[in-house]
Design a protein around this ligand. Sequence first.
Ligand code: ATP
Length: 449
Amino acid sequence: MPTKSFNCYKVYLLPDKEPVVKMIIGIDDTDSREGMCTTYLASLLIDELSGIGTLITNPLLIRLNPTIPHKTRGNAAISFSIDCSDPQAVIDHVISRVSQFSRLECDTTNPGIAFVMDEQLSQVKNELDDFFKRAVTDVIPIDDAINLAQKLGLEFRTFKNGRGLIGSLAACGAMLNSGWDHTYEYLAYRKQDVWGSPRSVDIDSIYEADRNTYPETWDSVDFANNLVVCVPHSHDPVLFGIRGTSRTSVTEAAKTIISEPVERSRIFKTNQGTDMHLLPAECISDIEDMHSYILEGIVLEKAETIRGGHSIFVLGDDLGNAIECAAFEPTKNFRNIIRKLVPGDRVVVYGSVMDKTLNVEKINIFSLADNYEFHNPACPECSKRMKSAGAGQGYRCKKCGTSAKELETIKMEREIELGFYEVFPCARRHLAKPLIRFEDCEFPMFPGR
Ligand code: ATP
């Protein structure tokens, strides 16, 4: 059998005439904070395998439960679908590349690869689809993944503790169900010899790409905070990533960007920007840590800003339960919205719960309560504020001798409008649906535009 070399690695050329077999491959947990990225490894594999007579379609970038502590960055898993004539050669190649490129020296890197073969597709569809939805919203033990893979008779490979099997099975499940809301991301990767060095991307060209394609693309720049957000600062191979509604829009934006040489690029279909992680919460007592919710309630206590700059208010439900809701420091100006809420405001909050606190990603303000402030009464003669006349003795103007029993109640203007508000792009979670994707959003706030 003839061979072809890719980056010093040899894979078999598949003969044209053999019967073609369909297979889905899921991969997760290959990188560490010091380098690599599972999307890069998948892109490399797709290019290598495409070069040997296979047909690869539909690569998926699936974001899973954003509260999982083991994640390196954004809790992503990858899958792609492949038509090939020698599945075993493909399986061997994928396993070899994952073992070669994964950051196995890192404690928290525990790769997993799952293979779903042609004849299994229809039988495993429902269970893998359920597993996918569970992996986005819930917390799954490793044993559940191993048991499921064994029960379904799937070919799989794990490294170290094998936690990556959770994500790789979930990504296969996503491939088997096309009914979920989706967006696209165009990822451009750096040449290997510059990994770890500062990225060279022309900032003006990113702003131009955004101007040309927004709102079909989003989160390339953060106008409110004057930041470029589509170029990472980490050691991984990603040069930039453009998010948008379609392959056309992300490609158009990417073509405008002037940068250092790109080694390869890939467009992934993804559940980013869909709010797929959010569960509707009927009441606060149903809420659990490490899950994400949409919760309606009434503000019970105004936001307090604690050390570190985090603003936290208390939300109550109709059953008398309460939960702390936070706009953390990285959400920057979004905290100004949260600080304007007062007791009695009716809101719906969207976000993940950790340590019994809901981290607000979006808020929809339904009704505003009257806001009163209490001041010492004004003197009817000189208009100056009276002073306290002593405990229980009301207030007196020293100059005019006038007095009053009660504090004066002043109704304050509310400095906030009804409607939806979201964190700025620099603090947005991958899964969080941007307001520009809400068709029925009446009061969207487009920060800084
Ligand atoms: P990478 O680019 O390597 O995928 P990442 O930020 O996406 O980086 P991982 O390194 O993959 O994070 O770590 C996340 C780990 O958590 C993976 O092993 C994945 O299988 C696992 N995981 C994902 N979702 C869940 C879940 N719902 N419950 C339990 N574990 C999960």
